[in-house]
Design a protein around this ligand. Structure first.
Ligand code: ADP
Length: 165
């Protein structure tokens, strides 16, 4: 059984992430989507919200599971789950340096885990969670960029923030 993990912040999950998950799930028997409680990043959505939104967004994909990793090395967590691969998405040169560095580091930490990259499809190459939050913050329509549940939650959050200003 080929198991992989797809780690990320998913703050929030976008259509770009969903595309990588749908394609990645075809390559492996089981794909764990691992949400990090990233100590270096202040997330906009709470961990619980990110988990819920991610679960809703990929409920149509059968061989996946959404889980949380708190303060654990990605490779250690992958090994615990019996995974042999880390799946990542590449949008272009801006992702490359960071992803390359992470991959080499992970290789040094565990020789048994390979990192597998899927290039973003052309429709989602420009898409990032931060861009989506920026658009939503100024009242822009994000329905084209994220699953419906995420768009609704973003709208609710920014409306609440505005009304309490
Ligand atoms: P992280 O904080 O670990 O970078 P993200 O949630 O931002 O977490 O991204 C998780 C993974 O998904 C990364 O490999 C990232 O490059 C990839 N990714 C993000 N957005 C897209 C997109 N639009 N298309 C393809 N891959 C993407």
């Amino acid at each position: 059984m080929k198991i992989a993990i797809y780690p990320g912040s998913f703050d929030p999950i976008t259509n770009g992430h969903v595309n990588i998950i749908e394609r990645g799930a075809k390559l492996f028997d089981k794909l764990y989507i691992v949400l990090s409680h990233n100590v270096n990043k202040n997330s906009f959505f709470t961990l619980e919200e990110r988990v819920e939104l991610t679960k809703q967004a990929v409920a149509h994909v059968e061989n996946i599971e959404v889980i949380v990793s708190e303060n654990k090395l990605t490779v250690d967590f992958a090994e615990e789950l019996g995974a042999t691969a880390i799946l990542r998405g590449l949008r272009g040169a801006t992702d490359f340096d960071y992803e390359f560095m992470m991959t080499l580091t992970n290789q040094k930490l565990s020789a048994s885990i390979e990192t597998v990259f899927l290039t973003a499809d052309t429709e989602h190459m420009y898409l990032s969670s931060s861009m989506v939050k920026e658009v939503a913050k100024f009242g822009g329509n994000v329905m084209k960029f994220v699953p419906k549940g995420v768009a609704q939650m973003l709208e609710r959050k920014f409306l609440t923030a505005k009304s309490s200003d």
